[in-house]
Design a protein around this ligand. Structure first.
Ligand code: SAM
Length: 294
């Protein structure tokens, strides 16, 4: 049994903090944050509010993506000399789409013990309430901001059978849903989990096509912090195209328009014509995003 308030000297604690609701800070996390020699935070002003809420007065320094590489070596040296440090980020678990990787790696390489203090993370929080399969999932973090790179990434994930989890921002959510519906398939079940643990927490489910329409038409659904979850391709739902069928389709697509390529592939392989058409469309859109060879 770990004593909640006992802090080891010369140790790096990786402490998860709330993703919205301040009451989600665990008892052990409070004890560690109150008793380490120093807290390193992504944004000291932002984390100051959390610490103030719990009357924690531990000195704080900043460690963010721009200074992490320069700050980490000195910090590790100080930990080797006995300093106890807690790493936190603005929200959730450090290192999960947040800074800390360089510090943790260097600490471990230097023999400094790294102790996780678990708690909230938006990916797990969203997954646990999504109703989508949770036995296997892929965390994709943020999709690329540039449309071409984003579409290429989605194209790469098209045949992924595990549940897909993405972090997304309000100003890209409309474009991202539109691309997901086109490339992953408009019928795919999906979930939009917004403002988790906060006042306007909203968890919407529907097909990718339906959710794409909802976020486009309702500007409220473009606000706040959000996680998008998408059902993986599943044989049980009959929406998978075999690699052999896909190869035939790709070959024919090099010579023929989408409709003809799909029709001919269905005739050759016995595959589902509608599915092959959707897939052909996705492949063509990924290569020619403006649909110039329909
Ligand atoms: N380290 C954090 C974690 O463990 O979840 C993630 C940090 S990342 C910079 C921020 C992204 O996480 C947001 O853009 C959003 O996609 C997701 N996120 C964070 N808090 C959230 C919340 N309360 N509801 C929904 N998504 C959230």
């Amino acid at each position: 049994m770990i004593d909640d308030n006992k802090v080891r000297s010369g140790c790096l604690y990786v402490v998860a903090t709330p993703i919205g609701n301040l009451a989600d800070l665990g008892g052990r996390a409070i004890g560690i944050l109150a008793n380490v020699d120093r807290i390193v935070a992504e944004d000291t002003r932002h984390s100051g509010k959390l610490l103030q809420h719990y009357a924690i007065q531990t000195p704080m320094n900043s460690l963010h993506e721009h200074n992490e590489r320069t700050v980490a070596p000195a910090l590790v040296e100080q930990m080797q000399a006995g300093l106890s440090v807690a790493l936190i980020s603005d929200a959730g678990t450090p290192l999960i789409s947040d800074p800390g990787f360089n510090l943790v790696r260097l600490a471990r390489e230097s023999g400094v013990p790294v102790v996780p203090v678990p708690g909230p993370s938006a990916v797990i929080c969203a997954l646990s309430a999504s109703g989508l399969p949770t036995d296997r999932f892929v965390f994709e973090g943020f999709l690329p901001a540039r449309p071409t790179a984003r579409r290429a990434r989605l194209e790469w994930l098209q045949q992924e059978p595990r549940t897909l989890v993405f972090y997304e921002t309000g100003h890209r959510i409309v474009e991202s849903f539109a691309d997901m519906a086109t490339i992953l398939g408009a019928q795919r079940p999906a979930v939009l989990a917004r403002e988790l643990t906060k006042q306007f927490e909203t968890i919407l489910d529907g097909s990718l096509g339906e959710l794409a329409t909802v976020v486009q038409q309702d500007s409220n659904q473009q606000k706040g912090e959000m996680v998008v979850l998408v059902h993986g391709v599943g044989r049980e739902r009959g929406d998978v195209i075999s690699p052999e069928d896909e190869q035939v389709l790709k070959t024919l697509l090099q010579e023929l328009p989408v409709r003809q390529a799909a029709k001919l592939t269905a005739r050759i392989t016995g595959g589902n014509r509608r599915q092959l058409y959707d897939r052909a469309l996705a492949l063509r859109n990924a290569i020619h995003p403006k649909g110039d060879r329909m």
